[in-house]
Each structure stands twice: as C-alpha cells, then as structure tokens.
Design a protein around this ligand. Structure first.
Ligand SMILES: C[S@@+](CC[C@H](N)C(=O)[O-])C[C@H]1O[C@@H](n2cnc3c(N)ncnc32)[C@H](O)[C@@H]1O
Length: 270
C-alpha cells in the first residue's frame, strides 16, 4: 500500500481514539507521516503516533477538564482581567495543566522579572500556549495588548479563546501545529515556554532554524526544571548546555533567569 493511503488509515484510526479526538488534524498528519516513514507495519505506526502525541501534548493535561462547566463559571465572573475573582479563577484552572501548575509558585515574579526590560508588552505570540492566556494578568502588559496563542488541542484552545473574549483581550487562540507554518504577522515578544524539549522529540535537527524563523523581536524561551516524573536531576545544567549550543553563533543578545521551577532565557534579535 502507498504511504499516502497508509497515512489516511492511520489518521482515521487515531481520530477514533477518545483521547486524541481533539488533537488538530495537521498535527496528527505531521507525526503520523514521520512514524509511517520509519515503520513497515501500520499497526506499529499507529501505536507510536499515539505514544508521541501523548508525550508532546496529552501528558500535560491528563484529566480532561469539563470545559462547559468552566465556561458556565467564567460567565458569572467580572469581565475585568485584573479583578480578584478572575485572578482566583485563573489560578484555580491553571492547576489542571502540569506546565502552568508548576509555574504557580513563581507566577508573581516569572513574567515580571523576565519581561521587565521590555515592558509594557503590546503584542505577544504564545507558541504551545496551553493555559497561558490565564496567566495574562501576571504579565507586564500595555493597555490594549494583542495576543495570539497556538496549541494543538481544540477543546483547550476553544476555552482559551472564550477566556480572551470574556476579558476583552484583543487576539485569538488557534488550534494548529506551530511546526507547520508560523504566523505571518510580526510580534514584539514570542513566548516559547517549555516547548523546545518537545520539538527536539519531533524535529531536533530543525529546532534552531525554527527558533530563528519566529516572527518576533524578542523570544522568551524556557525549560522545566523538573520532568513530569519528577526525576529532575541535572535538568538545569543539561538544558543550559543544550540551549547554549543551539543558539551558538546566532545573532542574539541573551539574558538568563533561574527560578525554583523553571529556567528562562530572553533572546533579543541584534
Ligand atoms: C509543556 S506544555 C507548555 C505549555 C505552556 N507553554 C506553558 O509553559 O505553560 C507544551 C504545550 O505545547 C503544545 N504543543 C506541543 N507541540 C505542539 C505543536 N507542534 N504545535 C502547537 N502546540 C504544540 C502541547 O499541546 C502543550 O499544551
């Protein structure tokens, strides 16, 4: 059977699985195409596609939230992003995604410290955003900022989008594979938070080129200090070395920030 026919069968099989029903099609096609090229058996390719989708996306949101219930709750709250009720709601919901949950203990300082030199931020591109729109109230933003978030889970990005609308933030959250095409629009800052280790699992040889192509003046790149399994020994040193090597010889100026749960680098295009 031709690889293209096998890819169609693989996509149909993956889409049928409850756990992957909200992963955007272009991402299943991307990962599935790679796995088909590596394997002779279709069954093996389906299995390894699912496992990769889990590693790079599903694993961070193990217990799927009841988004309808979340939205019902949201619509009873004020529309003001900085109101205490909205901030409490955001902190509560950020616990559901392991990435934003890990950032909660440092939330008051993380964006303020990392983005201080650029404040106020007037446009933000958030690649692999997860529930990061819920952290907007903790960022040093300009009065009417523009936000574009991208992630591969349709139910999550749908919720994020409703959150932006409720709090009247200009912008969108779209369900797309950011390794496919990057936006054409230019941004002041791009957030590349805890996603480089995931890109390394899919396109390691292209990670540097991908980073260079991000349409923003400044990139805030971060790495987790702990792994999901909490065996984080040496991650700080390993990620620092990996990142230094990756940007070696590039036309960037860099600042480094270390927090108890995250390591961050702010890159400025020269
Ligand atoms: C480790 S989490 C980081 C989430 C967020 N950046 C943060 O730091 O809180 C990685 C996120 O990237 C998303 N993701 C992974 N690969 C992606 C891709 N190729 N395109 C878009 N989103 C992707 C996952 O679905 C997941 O929500």
């Amino acid at each position: 059977m031709a690889d293209l026919d096998r890819l169609d069968l693989l996509i149909a099989a993956v889409e049928k699985k409850h756990k992957y029903r909200t992963v955007c099609l272009d991402f299943i096609r991307h990962i599935g195409g790679q796995e088909i090229a590596k394997r002779t058996s279709l069954k093996e390719a389906i299995k390894s596609t699912c496992s990769k989708l889990h590693q790079v996306s599903g694993a961070f949101l193990e217990n799927r939230p009841d988004f309808l219930q979340w939205l019902t709750e949201l619509h009873t709250l004020p529309e003001e992003l900085y109101s205490e009720m909205i901030k409490q709601y955001c902190q509560d919901k950020m616990r559901s995604h392991s990435s934003t949950n890990e950032r909660l203990p440092i939330l008051n300082e993380f964006f303020q410290k990392c983005l201080k030199s650029l404040a106020p931020i007037h446009s933000l591109l958030d690649l692999g955003c997860g529930f990061n729109p819920l952290a907007l109230a903790w960022m040093p933003l300009a009065k009417d900022p523009m936000y574009l978030g991208i992630d591969v889970l349709a139910d999550m990005t749908g919720f994020d989008q409703q959150f932006l609308q409720h709090t009247r933030i200009r912008g969108r959250v779209i369900c797309k594979d950011f390794l496919g095409v990057l936006p054409k629009q230019h941004f002041q800052v791009a957030l590349v938070l805890k996603i480089i280790p995931l890109i390394d699992q899919i396109e390691k040889e292209h990670t540097r080129q991908w980073l260079e192509n991000i349409p923003a003046d400044h990139l805030l790149v971060s790495f987790p200090v702990y792994s999901l399994s909490r065996k984080g020994k040496g991650m700080l040193e390993n990620y620092t070395m990996r990142f230094m090597k990756m940007i070696e010889g590039g036309n960037w100026k860099m600042e480094r920030f270390e927090f108890s749960t995250e390591l961050a680098f702010l890159l400025h295009h020269q």
